[in-house]
Design a protein. Structure first.
Length: 202
C-alpha cells in the first residue's frame, strides 16, 4: 500500500488497532486525496475545499456523539505546539497575510526546536507566529492540523506539555489527506522557505 503521512493522533490510534483497520483508514485518506486532485489544481482552492470537508466532518461527529467542546475564544493552549502546513495551505494563507510582517526571529528559533523544546519552553517562545492578542489571526484559513484540535475535558489538559486532547477520527483523516497532497512541513520552516524563495526571485 502507498506510504503516506499520518497525523500523530491517527498514528497513536492505529498502533492499538489491527492491520485491517489501518488499511481502511489509509484507503479513505487516499480516496480523499484522489477526489480533490481530480476537482482542483494545486493551490489555495484545493486547501479551501479540504478545510470545508474537514469542518463538515468535525461538526457531524460532534453532533452525532453529543460532544461538548471546552474550546472557546481566548483559549489558545493548542497554539503552542508544532503545526504541519502544506504548500496548498501556504498559498491560501499567503493570499490573506503579508508574510514579511511576521516575526522572522521567532520562526528561526522555532525552526530548530526539538520535541522537548515545544513541551517545556515558555509559552512566549512556543506561541504560533499567527497568535495575536491571545487569538488566531488567521482563524478562517488556519491549517488542517489546527482544525483537528478539539478537546472535551479540562482545557489545561490539552496543553502540549500534558499531551492530551480529544480525537475526531473523521477530522484527522482529512487533515492527513491535506498534508499528503503537497509537501507538509512545520509552519516556521514552510514560511521561512517561502520568504527566501520570494527574496531570491527579486
Amino acid at each position: 500500500m502507498e506510504k503516506i503521512w499520518l497525523t500523530n493522533k491517527i498514528t497513536g490510534v492505529l498502533k492499538q488497532r489491527d492491520p485491517v483497520f489501518r488499511r481502511v483508514v489509509v484507503t479513505e485518506i487516499l480516496s480523499i486525496i484522489n477526489d480533490v486532485k481530480r476537482r482542483f489544481s494545486r493551490g489555495a482552492n484545493r486547501a479551501e475545499a479540504l478545510h470545508k470537508a474537514q469542518d463538515e466532518k468535525t461538526t457531524e461527529a460532534i453532533t452525532k456523539h453529543l460532544m461538548v467542546l471546552s474550546c472557546k475564544a481566548g483559549c489558545n493552549n493548542c497554539c503552542h505546539q508544532p503545526v504541519i502546513l502544506s504548500n496548498d495551505e501556504m498559498d491560501l494563507i499567503e493570499s490573506k497575510v503579508d508574510l514579511s510582517t511576521l516575526d522572522k526571529i521567532k520562526m528561526e528559533k522555532q525552526r530548530d526546536f526539538t520535541e522537548d523544546d515545544w513541551k517545556h519552553r515558555p509559552k512566549s517562545e512556543t506561541a504560533c507566529v499567527f497568535l495575536k492578542d491571545n487569538a488566531c489571526s488567521i482563524y478562517d484559513v488556519r491549517p488542517a492540523t489546527c482544525r483537528a484540535c478539539v478537546y472535551t475535558g479540562d482545557p489545561e489538559h490539552c496543553l502540549p506539555s500534558v499531551g492530551k486532547s480529544s480525537i475526531i477520527m473523521e477530522a484527522e483523516v482529512v487533515a492527513s489527506a491535506t498534508n499528503n497532497i503537497s509537501e507538509p512541513d512545520l509552519i516556521p520552516v514552510k514560511i521561512l522557505k517561502r520568504l527566501m524563495s520570494k527574496s531570491e526571485s527579486l
